[in-house]
Unconditional design. Sequence first.
Length: 745
Amino acid sequence: MGRLIIISNRLPISVDRVGDDIVIRQSSGGLVSAIKSYFERSDIDTSQYSEAIWLGTMDAAEEDWNAANEMGGVPSDFKIETIFTDKDVYDGFYNGFANSTLWPLFHYFPSLVEYKKEYFEAYLKVNQQFADKLVEIYQPGDTIWIHDYQLMSLSKLIRKRLPGATIGFFLHIPFPSYEIFRLLPTVWKHSILEGMLGADLIGFHTYDYVQHFIQSIKMVLKVDSQFNTINYNGRVIKTDLFPIGIDYQKFREAINDEKTIRVGTSLEERFYNKKIIFSVDRLDYTKGVSFRLEGYEEFLEKHPEWMKKVVFILNIIPSRDLIAAYIERKKLIEEKISTINGRFSTLEWQPIIYRYNHLSFEELCALYQIADVALITPLRDGMNLVAKEYVASCIDKGVLILSELTGAASELNEAILVNPTDCSEVADAIQTALTMPLMEQRSLLSHMQKRLKDYDVVKWINDFLEQLVTVKKDQEKLVVKVLDGATIKEMLQRYQSASKRCIMLDYDGTLAPITKLPSMAVPDDNLLGLMTQLSGIENNEIVIISGRDADTLQEWLGHLPITLVAEHGALTRFKGEEWQQKGSYSADWKDKVRPLLELFVSRCAGSFTEEKKNTLAWHYRNTAPDLGFIRSRELMNSLQQLTTNTPLQVVDGNKVLEVRMIGVDKGATAINLVDHFKPDFIMCIGDDTTDEDMFKALNDKAYTIKIGKANTAAQHTLLLQTEVLPLLKQFVACAKKEEYGFSHS
Ligand code: GDG
C-alpha cells in the first residue's frame, strides 16, 4: 500500500516565533480545509493509502520548526515535510514569478504582468528544490498530487528522476485562453507546459480551462490530443475537469454550533431590521472590489428607499501586501469606501462596514448564515469557494449574486449571474436580490445545495485520485502493446502454419515515411524489392490499402503482383486485374465542397487541396503549425455544416481533412478483402486515424499493428515507421528457412 504525498507551496500549518515562544497555527484556505476534511472524516475510506504526507515550504527558521516538532505541537493528521528556501530566491519565486507574472496573466490582467528573467530563474530553482526533496522522501508505490500555479514545473522535474512515478497535478486558478497564455516568452511557455506534462493527470476546475490548456499545448508544443487524452513523449496523459467542492457537511453542522449561533445572534441584534449584504475576499485586484463598490453606490443612488435599511459588510483578508499592485489596490478600495460612506451615511447609519482582517471560522459561518445577499463579483476566479460556502450555509433565506467570470458560475447557475464590470447590472441585481420573494429564494437555494452536497470536496478528491489510478492502468496497457520479441515469434509461427495469408499495409507513414509533399513519397528500391519478395511467397496475398488515388498507386506499385486499394476502399485492383469502383457515385458533391477548400487554401499559406476520384482532401502539413491547426478547426466546422444530412463524411486525418462518401472506409474494405481471400493468417499495419477503422474491423481476426505512440484500437504498436520494413523482412526470412528445411525456433 503506497502513501499519498500532497505537494503545495504553503503547508497547512505555520510556525511563528513570538518573543521566546513558538506559536503553531493551522492555516485556513480552500485546499487545506479540503484535504484535511478528507482525512479527518470518519465516513471516508482512506485505507488505500498507508500514510498522508504534506510537502511544502516553511516560512519559519529551521530551528523554530525543529523546536515546534519537539514541543509536539504539530498536528498529526499528516506527516509534514518541509523545504527551507533562501529568502531572496523565495521572494523571486513567490512574489515574483508566481504572483507578479503567472497570477495576473492567468487572471487576464496582462498589463500587470512582470517579465523578469530573474523571477523565472527563482521559480525554477524553488521547483527544483521541491523535486529534490520529493526524490529524497519518495518510496515506490507513492501517489504524488501537486497543487497549483506555484509548482507548474515540478511534475517534469520529478518525472526526470522517477520515470515511473504516479503524479497528478491540479491547477486551482484559471488556465487562460491561448491568446493570453502566448504572451509569455517562448522559453517560459515551453517550460510551463512541458512541466505540467510531466504529470499523468492534469486537472482543472472547468471545461473551458481544459480546452484552453489543450489548445496551448497544441500551439506551443505541437502536441496532439484525442478528446482529453494527450500522447506526449510516449506517455498517455489525461486532462479533465474536476470542479472543486466544499465540505458541505461542515457548513451545515455549523448551523447548530453554539459559538456560531452566539456570533450570529449578536450581529442580527446589531443590524436589527436591516438587510445584510456580505462579501469576503482576499485583498486582490482579481476580486473586483472597486467595481463592486461602484455597483453598490449606484444601487444606493437609484434606490434611496433602502437608506438606513441595508448594510454592506465588506471583509477583506490581508494578502500579498508586499507586492506593489496589492498595496495600490488596498488604497483604492479604502478611498472608495470612504467616499461612499461619506456621501450616504447619516449620524446613526453607515452603508458599508469595512474590515481588513481575518475572520474566525465561527464569525465567517455566522455571517454566511445571517446575510440576506452575498455579493461575490470577482473579475476572474478559478472557482470561488466563498460562493459555494455561502449557499451551503443558508438556512431559509439568502440570494447569491455571482460574477459570471468565476469557475463557480458554471455550477451555480441559479445564482443571479452578473458581469462584474457592469455597475448598473450589479446595482439592479442587488435590487432584485433584496426584493426576491422568500419562496423563490428557498427554491433556488435548494437546487444549488443539492448539487453542492452531491459533489462535495470528498467526491472531488476521490474523483481525481481514482482517475489517476485509471490513467496509470491505461499507460500500462500501452506499454504492454509495444510489439515485443515473443509476439513476433508467435506471429511468425502462425504465419508459417497458415495455408493462406493476407498482409494489409497502409502506405504513407507505414511503408514509406511521411514527406513534405505527397508526391515525394515514391517507393525506393528497398521497399519495392521487399514487396516483390513478400508477394512472391506462395499463399501470400499482399494488399496495399491507402487513401491515395488509384493513378499514383498504379504508377508506383502497379507492376507488383499485389492487390491495391485506393481512396480508402473506393477503388480496388486485385492482383492481375483491372481497377474496380465500389458502387457508382455521382461526383456532383465535389463542386459544392471544392470552393470551400479552395477558400481555405487562400486563407492558409502552405495548404493545398488534393482531388481524387471519390475524395477531396485539404492538406495542411506544410503550413505554419499554429495557423494550419486553427484553420483546420474552422474548416472542419464549415465542412460539417455543409455535409449535414448528406451521404458525405468529413475525416480528420493526420494533418489532412478529407471529405468522402459514408461507408467507404478501410474497415469495410478490409472485411471485404477477408471475405474475398479467406485467409487463416491476417496481419494489418497502419499509422493514420483512418487505419483505426481497419483495426476495429479486424481486431478479432488479425494481428493489428499501429505505428506511433497515439492511442489506438490496434492490439500492438511499433513506435517508429522505420521498424516496419525490418519486421516484414522477418516474414520473408522465415519463408526462406521453410524453403531450405529450417523450422522457426
Ligand atoms: C484558489 C483559487 C479556488 C477566506 N477568508 C477567511 C476564510 N476564508 C476561506 C474561505 C474559503 C477560502 O478561504 C477561500 O476560497 P477561494 O475560493 O477564494 O480560494 P483560494 O484558496 O484563495 O484560491 C480559487 C480555490 O483555490 C480552490 O480551488 O476557488 O479560485 O484562486 O474556503 O472560507 N476562512 C476563515 N477566515 C477568513 O477570514 N476562517
